[in-house]
Design a protein around this ligand. Structure first.
Ligand code: BTN
Length: 268
């Protein structure tokens, strides 16, 4: 790392440690996956939460639905481990965590780019100009029958080198530098995303539907014919009416309005 980048990194870590919200911060040169690292760390340190783990490289980055996450230099990859006290008291709202996290990243992207541009593909992919900019993998460390802590793994393409990317990713993804030119750093992106996450969580705890209107406005799938594979492998299609206040995808077809709780979008 060049000396300016080292100083910038060090300053950021100090700034992060001063954010009273975060109790633990680690920036790793390499790990398998920051979500795996966070899970291992939680096994012995579950008291110091929220905790943040950032990595320069992941050797086994993971995406949703068992996919891999391409983890090149220039991609901001981190996991925020939080405990249930960050979530609304009423557990019926907990499934919206995934959407609230996506909205926070979209808010941060808009703030970094200086205008309203980020869209959300259910449940939490962040898209700009019809290309994927960021993905989120939420996992929980289960304690007995109940949720223990949550791991919010976020990957944001900041200044990726596309020449190295697999062809499918070259076709479908984008990064902040491609959209805005030079000047985008992983450090400033991280700081902005954490600020937005903290403020969205606060709002979500006091008004559990607070995320909904803004999410609907950003919904990439609105009014599109969407095909989704449910967890039981059945495939469903319908016209997208956005999401419900509990975070389900709403699809209208000949059977009426279908509420999809979990599934993978196949086409739109
Ligand atoms: C997806 O779009 O499928 C979710 C991608 C999530 C990637 C991030 S990178 C940091 C964290 N560590 C992982 O292994 N995955 C998440």
């Amino acid at each position: 790392m060049d000396p300016t980048a080292t100083v910038r990194r060090q300053l950021l870590i100090e700034e992060l440690r001063e954010l009273s919200w975060l109790k633990h911060v680690e920036w790793l040169a390499e790990t398998d996956s920051t979500n795996n690292f966070g899970r291992r760390w939680l096994a012995s340190n579950a008291r110091d939460l929220p905790a943040l783990f950032v990595a320069d490289r992941q050797t086994a980055g993971r995406g949703r639905d068992g996919s891999q996450w391409w983890s090149p230099d220039g991609c901001l990859m981190f996991t925020l481990a939080i405990c249930a006290s960050e979530l609304p008291n009423d557990r019926q709202y907990w499934p919206s965590l995934s959407l609230v996290a996506g909205l926070s990243v979209a808010d941060a992207v808009d703030s970094l780019l200086g205008h309203s541009i980020a869209q959300l593909k259910w449940p939490n992919d962040v898209f700009v100009q019809d290309r994927k900019l960021a993905g989120i993998l939420i996992e929980s460390s289960q304690v007995g029958q109940s949720y223990g802590n949550c791991l919010i793994g976020i990957g944001i393409n900041v200044h990726n080198d596309w020449a190295q990317a697999p062809p499918e990713i070259q076709r479908k993804a984008t990064c902040l530098s491609t959209i805005a030119g030079e000047g985008m750093t992983r450090e400033s992106t991280l700081l902005e995303v954490l600020t937005q996450l903290q403020s969205r969580f606060e709002q979500w705890r006091s008004v559990p539907q607070s995320w909904h209107e803004n999410w609907q406005r950003r919904c990439l799938l609105n009014n599109k014919l969407v095909e989704v594979r449910l967890n039981d492998q059945n495939v469903f299609s319908g016209l997208c009416l956005g999401v419900s206040e509990s975070g389900q995808l709403l699809l209208q077809n000949e059977l009426g309005i279908q509420k999809i709780t979990a599934g993978e979008i196949l086409s739109w």
